[in-house]
Design a protein around this ligand. Structure first.
Ligand SMILES: Cc1ncc(COP(=O)(O)O)c(C=O)c1O
Length: 449
């Protein structure tokens, strides 16, 4: 038992167990659950369950909680908004928070040109709308996404997503005119190839793809995660991202940065694409934008954003007042609490621990990070790099039993990724990393008995 992580029962505990019976009966299994405990309270980087257990949260609702759970400024913003009005429907009756949020995000987003922003509800919906806007503007239909990319679960975004199971399996037919391009994965580059050669190799693969797979003159947009999230926290090299941007400009293709998981401080910047010195035409945002209140958006060049006619984009709840106010509070918190810098500090501490784990364990490898977006792989051994998904499952379970919430990722599900709230204290972070280490130790050492 730690100072913060406190587990006094099995996980799930008896009260959660009782609710789980109902969950099994009334909620389909297609909606998965990582931890089977039920939440009672969550503040900062800690979640308390209904059985009185407390968990250090390294999952952050899959990257939604960069400013921490129930930050007082977010709570106040939502409360005040709910007192005034909950929803008028932006299409029906305007409210100023929508405009203020658009203005603030436009100031923060890269690109020294007139921009506009439109708001929606979920990440997938933002990507859907970026595609619609891009098609409207370019009058082209083709969309390029990348191997291992993840963009959501709607028909279009599922089509653009790369992992078959569980996201696409038996859900076809898929949307037409989506093409999948190669994306670098430095850790799993061909045997014997040097890192410097690999960058050029993938660039050539991408250039060939525009010859062998699709005519670039028919493509409306390339949609790229600046760091792949669900794909395993894969950080491409700058030259690749810049070359793709260059080719987009050459062929009149729009470059869309999907910043849904990478945005709002996760990598130490408001937008991860800034690390690559690339200016996208459109950016999709959601998740940590509003600390758990559902809202998403598309920001981009005004002439592109303005291509759709009235009524062609939008939605009943799109850009809700609660979402806009929560997002404004989040932007205030990131700035006033200096969370971009904090992400760098947190990232450094996490990477120090990962490097230590890599040197201790033959099965821990491929650690990488950009800001506080950090991950490593569990493999059978460093030579074969064979993914060990089962061990990851056991490590996550072991960590949960000790009061730490962890998430896996990657096409082989063998990556452990950290999406910890950036407001975590040093002490909490250290305790969480110690639990991670102990959990790895327990699981991997048992494997050898
Ligand atoms: C990069 C990226 N795009 C899109 C999505 C889809 O967002 P949502 O689940 O809110 O639809 C996600 C969700 O994980 C994501 O990481």
């Amino acid at each position: 038992m730690g100072k913060y992580a406190k587990v006094n029962t099995d996980v799930p505990g008896p009260k959660s167990q009782a609710l789980l019976e109902k969950r099994k009966k009334y909620v389909p299994k297609g909606i998965s659950n990582g931890c089977l405990a039920f939440a009672k309270n969550a503040k900062g980087a800690l979640i308390e369950d209904i059985d009185g257990n407390t968990f250090i949260d390294f999952a952050g609702a899959i990257g939604t909680i960069n400013v921490g759970h129930s930050h007082p400024k977010v709570v106040k913003a939502i409360q005040e908004q709910a007192e005034n009005f909950i929803h008028t429907g932006f299409n029906v009756f305007l409210y100023d928070s929508y405009i203020e949020l658009a203005e603030k995000l436009i100031e923060l987003a890269p690109g020294d040109f007139p921009k506009q922003a439109a708001f929606f509800n979920s990440g997938a919906e933002a990507v859907e709308n970026a595609v619609k806007i891009a098609r409207k503007y370019t009058k082209r239909q083709g969309i390029i996404s990348f191997t291992r990319g993840f963009h959501g679960r709607t028909l279009m975004t599922m089509t653009m997503t790369s992992k078959v199971k569980p996201y696409k399996y038996e859900f076809g037919p898929f949307a037409p005119e989506v093409y999948r391009a190669p994306y670098p994965y430095i850790y799993r580059r061909p045997d014997g190839m040097k890192e410097e050669q690999y960058s050029q190799y993938v660039i050539e693969q991408f250039e060939n793809f525009l010859i062998t797979d699709v005519d670039p003159n028919t493509i409306a947009a390339v949609v790229m995660e600046p760091v792949q999230g669900e794909g395993g926290f894969i950080i491409p090299d700058k030259a690749f991202v810049q070359r793709v941007r260059e080719l987009c400009s050459q062929y009149g293709i729009l470059f869309v940065a999907d910043e849904i998981q990478t945005g709002f401080g996760r990598t130490g910047r408001y937008f991860a694409i800034d690390h690559f010195d690339v200016v996208p035409d459109l950016i999709t945002i959601s998740k940590s934008l509003a600390a758990g209140v559902p809202i998403s958006g598309v920001i981009g060049r005004a002439e592109i954003m303005d291509a759709a006619s009235p009524g062609e984009i939008g939605g009943t709840y799109a850009g809700s007042p609660l979402g806009c106010k929560a997002a404004l509070a989040v932007l205030d918190i990131i700035e006033s609490e200096n969370l971009n810098n904090r992400a760098q500090e947190i990232g450094k501490k996490i990477m120090d621990k990962f490097n230590e784990l890599e040197s201790r364990f033959e099965q821990v490898d491929g650690s990488r990070g950009l800001g506080a977006m950090c991950a490593f792989e569990i493999v059978k051994d460093k030579k074969s790099k064979a993914p060990d998904k089962e061990a990851v499952g056991r490590i996550i379970e072991e960590a949960q039993n000790r009061g730490l919430l962890l998430l896996s990722a990657g096409i082989y599900s063998n990556v452990i990724r950290i999406l910890v709230p950036l407001v975590i204290t040093d002490e909490q972070l250290e305790e969480g990393l110690t639990i991670l280490e102990q959990s790895i130790e327990t699981v991997l050492e048992k494997q050898h008995v």
